[in-house]
Design a protein around this ligand. Structure first.
Ligand code: ATP
Length: 255
């Protein structure tokens, strides 16, 4: 069953065509990679899907609902969560508060409840805290609940960002370069973590990644773009041998 369908997605920034006629269908339960050289348009795809940009053209359908042009919090509430290439955590807040804040897209109370501190406000705040602690526990992060993210090692900050994305109970998880900035030991741990999350949460995962070992190890299917256009699509084995892909990357046969 198709979870995400993207048809003819095109994005211009002024005169620059960052993405041209991009099409993909993600089946429920798939783990798919999106790769390409720097500036190929990968993050633009995620920014369009998650509502950070409005496309110049094209359509995005999620769970049989058209989501093209919706705002980020609306996209989140429908079941799409993401992480960012450069970790975006609130570094002056605790890890727990970072997770709690993410939950506020789905408050269950309004401004009146907030200002009057109604019973509904306290019930919801309690629920949010319990759910945030649960996800920290599941992700083995509970011991860092009161710590500020800036005091944690980089690999752990990545984990917190992934926990925050999972805390909104997504159906589709978008990971934008999860291995960026990690050392090789952390990359190994990340591969294990993503595989575990995939099995445990029964998610559909779509990832952008420059580190080929991550994509080749995890993804069942990979799409390759360059200068905003699709140049290849296939299994990891097919992609590694694809001459267009090799040319786009280095031209020396190694990807
Ligand atoms: N908000 C924006 N305004 C103008 N140009 C943009 C904007 N966002 C992206 N671009 C341009 O669009 C093109 C694609 O950028 P994008 O960030 O999607 O590439 P990418 O494949 O994710 O690259 P990288 O691997 O380096 O992160 C680039 O030329 C980039 O400079």
């Amino acid at each position: 069953m198709a979870l995400l369908e993207i048809k003819g997605l095109t994005q211009y920034f002024g005169g620059l065509c960052a993405l041209s006629d991009f099409n993909i269908t993600l089946q429920k339960g798939e783990m798919v990679g999106l790769i390409g050289p720097n500036g190929a348009g990968k993050t633009t795809v995620f920014n369009l899907v998650s509502g950070f940009y409005k496309p110049t053209q094209g359509e995005i359908i999620f769970n049989n609902k058209k989501i093209t042009g919706l705002k980020p919090h609306q996209v989140t509430s429908l079941g799409i969560a993401r992480t960012f290439q450069n970790i975006r955590l609130w570094h002056e807040m605790s890890v727990l508060d970072n997770i709690r804040i993410a939950q506020h897209y789905n408050l269950g109370y309004g401004l009146k409840d907030l200002f009057l501190r109604t019973k509904r406000y306290f019930i919801n705040e309690k629920r949010i805290e319990q759910e945030a602690m649960q996800i920290l526990e599941v992700m083995d992060l509970k011991k860092y609940a009161q710590e500020k993210p800036k005091n944690l090692p980089y690999g752990m900050q990545r984990k917190v960002e992934i926990a925050r994305a999972l805390s909104v109970k997504p159906k589709l998880l978008l990971l934008d370069e999860p291995a960026a900035g990690l050392n090789s030991a952390d990359v190994k741990d990340l591969i294990k973590l993503i595989r575990w999350i995939y099995d445990e949460f029964k998610l559909t995962i779509w990832m952008i990644e420059h580190q080929m070992t991550v994509v080749m190890n995890l993804c069942q299917r990979i799409k390759v773009i360059d200068f905003g256009a699709t140049i290849a699509e296939g299994t990891p084995e097919e992609i590694q041998k694809n001459p267009e892909v090799i040319k786009a990357y280095l031209g020396d046969g190694t990807i």
